[in-house]
Design a protein. Structure first.
Length: 174
């Protein structure tokens, strides 16, 4: 179950909230670093023990998907994203150019059939096309959803939990 916590910056006291990560209780304090001119996430145990400090990184907006085609011979899905007016140079979600042949973790959401939804390790083919392995044909695409590069700020520190920041809120999955 995802917990959504809105982030309201304050110049008086650092915003603070309790959260659960990897089935443990923690306190998160968000501080402004005057040298780097950015916010940092500071996670502490409930006893005040410092766990980690990481920069606040916003997940970029999702991109709409035009088509998904299942290739039964190669057992993979080929995804074509829709370029938009604010996206004149075909770059994937995240804003930076990802070279063809790069492996990227993409999260697909809002698709029908639902077998297309989830986190996939994908091969970038060009700026708007990527592919990922699928062992069985999920059927024809009924509803095309979105593709995201969800940036998990606690990856490498916590094994099963995620902490994503987008649209002015933290999304925490214990």
């Amino acid at each position: 179950m995802t917990t959504v916590i809105p982030f309201i910056p304050s110049n008086i006291t650092p915003p603070e909230f309790f959260l659960m990560l990897d089935n443990g209780n923690y306190v998160c304090k968000i501080t402004w670093n005057i040298s780097s001119q950015r916010y940092y996430i500071n996670i502490y145990g409930v006893d005040g023990t410092w766990v980690v400090t990481i920069p606040l990184i916003q997940t970029p907006p999702a991109r709409a998907v035009n088509t998904i085609i299942y290739d039964p011979l190669q057992q993979l899905a080929i995804v074509q994203m829709i370029p938009t007016e604010d996206w004149p140079t075909p770059t994937p979600p995240g804003g930076s150019v990802i070279l063809p042949g790069t492996i990227v973790d993409y999260t697909l959401e809002g698709f029908d059939p639902p077998n297309y939804n989830g986190l996939f390790r994908c091969l970038q083919i060009n700026g708007t096309t990527f592919s990922f392995p699928m062992t069985s044909d999920p059927g024809p695409l009924v509803v095309a959803g979105n593709v995201n590069r969800l940036l998990n700020m606690v990856a490498g520190v916590f094994s099963t939990s995620t902490m994503i920041y987008r649209n002015g809120s933290f999304e925490i999955n214990p």
